[in-house]
Design a protein around this ligand. Structure first.
Ligand code: GDP
Ligand code: MG
Length: 297
């Protein structure tokens, strides 16, 4: 028998409640700021793949929106992304944050308990608690999810990530690569731009504003030494347009300059970013608009 290593590949899907650190973990394990992260719940609206490649393996991570009870159509579409990620997983990473008790959605929790694939329970944000508290948490979850392997981690401080990754490699099935070996994500450059702009809006605005916003990049031109981008921020109502733009355009200016800096780091090039705000009445409730923004097929 040949001793040659067989190629391994598979889908590793990250699920859990909103705000526990799923996107932070994805970025840490992939080593790129692929998914936006903010202190606000429901930052992630889509399923985002982050791919880690080597000659011997391809691990396809998938970040998902946090599990919630959907209140409107866009959120229903968001939960469809979570359902999908149960279905095609080779390994499930269920993330909780230290202190949190079980899923807000019982159905998902039962699915997790009865999963026939490996389930890793990632206890995140352990930087915020002491050893004693951690031991209690571990005890609790051991009982609650006896089939899961437990990993205390801190995604933000990149603590424990390597152990998780090594265990993933151990459990990954043999198989061919699903994507090109130089591919980092399934998302387009335009998507990355949209999300980065949305991250800044989530950061700087309160209440309904962040949730009423969608971004569409109409133009992305790589000119070699710089990238020229034109993006539109869509809001649901006229009043929101003025709020986003701010006094003498100060709001828009802040979003633009912060997003530009991050995008320059991500793409490794100078960025020229033009931003506009437009009203798209009640887009979150309209099928055609949800399709346009990639929430539905
Ligand atoms: P998601 O909604 O599950 O994707 O959560 P995010 O990745 O967007 O993170 C939510 C918030 O938790 C952000 O403010 C992160 O900076 C923070 N966070 C993520 N991981 C950690 C961690 O290990 N420790 C601490 N203290 N904060 C974290
Ligand atoms: Mg997220």
């Amino acid at each position: 028998m040949s001793k040659q290593k067989k190629h391994k590949s598979g889908f590793v899907n990250i699920i859990g409640n909103p705000n526990v650190g799923k996107s932070t973990f994805l970025n840490a394990v992939v080593g790129e700021e692929l998914a936006i992260t903010t202190p606000k719940a429901q930052t992630t609206r889509h399923r985002i793949l982050g791919i880690v490649n080597s000659d011997d393996y391809q691990v396809v991570f998938s970040d998902t929106p946090g599990i919630i009870k959907p209140a409107y159509e866009m959120q229903e579409a968001m939960m469809d992304f979570v359902k999908e990620s149960f279905e095609d997983a080779d390994i499930l990473l269920y993330m909780i944050e230290a202190g949190e008790k079980e899923l807000k959605n019982e159905k998902f929790f039962l699915k997790l308990k009865n999963a026939t694939i490996p389930v890793f329970l990632l206890i995140n944000k352990v930087d915020k608690i002491n050893q004693e508290k951690l031991e209690k948490i571990i005890e609790y979850w051991r009982e609650k999810l006896p089939n899961a392997k437990l990993f205390p981690i801190s995604a933000l401080h990149k603590f424990g990530i390597e152990q998780v990754f090594n265990e993933i490699l151990e459990n990954l099935p043999e198989g061919p690569a699903y994507f090109e070996k130089d591919q980092l994500t399934d998302k387009t450059e335009r998507f990355i731009v949209n999300e980065k702009i949305r991250e800044k809006i989530l950061k700087h605005y309160k209440k309904e504003i962040p949730y009423s916003v969608e971004v569409d990049t109409e133009d992305f031109k790589d000119e070699g030494n710089r990238i020229k981008i034109r993006s539109i921020i869509y809001v649901e109502r006229d009043s929101q347009k003025g709020i986003i733009i701010g006094h003498k355009g100060s709001g828009l200016k802040t979003i633009g300059s912060e997003a530009r800096k991050d995008l320059e780091k991500f793409f490794g090039k100078k960025i020229y970013l033009e931003l506009y705000v437009k009203v798209n009445k009640d887009w979150r409730k309209k099928d055609a608009q949800l399709r346009r923004f990639g929430y539905k097929n």
